[in-house]
Design a protein around this ligand. Structure first.
Ligand code: GDP
Ligand code: MG
Length: 302
């Protein structure tokens, strides 16, 4: 008898669960709440989760393998967003269960766009999030009724991801939809992403938070060195921007901003890796006009 077994005649269940919804409905917050640790990126800004992040929860005789998809983009139709929408569709066709997250009391055109992405025959639980923000609780029931006409949802579960209200019930409702099967990940695994990847994600999150609207377009984070030994991680990271003025913006006056970004990222990394972290962060200019000789010439900077 393994630790996974609940009772001799209850089969173990393992399944893939996608979390979808328009930006800002609380998908990352929900994933973090369900997993119980901070692994996906939570932000007020849309599109911070550019990579697919998988979280794993092994509990109560089941293993939930969560897939957090990039925000479905309706506003800008560039190549990156088209690729992201393709990712969403591919993920949805591949999973056992979809958690479709919306905000309580709100169902707009952007939410409808997501409904259009749901493959036919998909099993979808509608998660009505942020019920803590609902001033009038009596409005919830009529809203749930209205939503049941939008798509044949297998369940409708109101939650507050942030406050943890009803999230245990959500897991209970989801469990029967996972197919019977042995766990794929170890019981303590919370993610199949490497620490290196997560380190970059943490830095990106802090950049989003600190820079807000000033966030330079095309900014990327690269982990140039990642060394792990028991109880210690040595990480060299580069924040790469297109233009020299962006570099100054990231660094801030007297280096204050970069210091804050790095130190907040380090705190998160230490918590997740359960280890001390030495983190060095550089800001580099790459690819923009500053590095392009021809562009410089045309501007008269010879
Ligand atoms: P995502 O873009 O769908 O991944 O959304 P996030 O998880 O990044 O959350 C977007 C914003 O909504 C953040 O500011 C969260 O703190 C907030 N949020 C998420 N869940 C809840 C909730 O249950 N209640 C409230 N009041 N805010 C929430
Ligand atoms: Mg997110």
């Amino acid at each position: 008898m393994t630790e996974h077994t609940v009772s001799a005649d209850t089969p173990f269940r393992t399944g893939f669960v996608a979390i979808v919804g328009r930006p800002n409905v609380g998908k990352s917050t929900l994933l973090n709440r369900l997993i119980g640790q901070k692994i996906s990126i939570v932000s007020r800004k849309a599109q911070t989760t550019r990579h697919r992040v998988t979280g794993v929860l092994t509990e109560g005789g089941a293993q939930f393998i969560f897939v957090d998809t990039p925000g479905f983009q309706t506003r800008h139709k560039n190549a990156l967003n088209r690729a992201m929408n393709r990712t969403v569709t591919q993920v949805l066709a591949d999973v056992d269960l979809v958690l479709f997250v919306i905000e309580s009391g709100r169902f707009g055109p952007e939410d409808e766009q997501v409904v259009k992405l749901l493959p036919e025959g998909a099993r979808v639980i509608l998660v009505i999030n942020k019920v803590d923000m609902l001033a009038d609780k009596a409005r919830l029931l009529p809203f749930m009724e209205r939503m049941s006409g939008v798509y044949p949802f297998t369940e409708i579960v109101p939650v507050s991801a942030e406050k943890g209200q009803n999230t245990a019930q959500l897991l209970k409702a989801a469990m029967p939809y996972l197919p019977e099967g042995e766990p794929i990940f170890g019981e303590d695994d919370i993610t199949d992403r490497s620490e290196r990847f997560l380190a970059a994600e943490f830095l990106r999150e802090k950049l989003f938070r600190q820079l807000g609207e000033e966030l330079p377009y095309g900014m990327t984070v690269e982990i140039e060195k990642f060394e792990a030994e028991p109880g210690l991680r040595r990480i060299h990271a580069a924040i790469i921007v297109d233009k020299a003025p962006h570099k100054a913006m990231v660094i801030g006056r007297g280096g204050e901003r970069l210091k804050r970004i790095a130190s907040e990222a380090r705190v998160d990394m230490e918590q997740l890796f359960d280890s001390r972290v030495f983190l060095e962060v550089w800001v580099k200019v790459k690819g923009g006009w500053a590095d392009d000789e021809r562009a410089l010439k045309s501007l008269g900077y010879e």
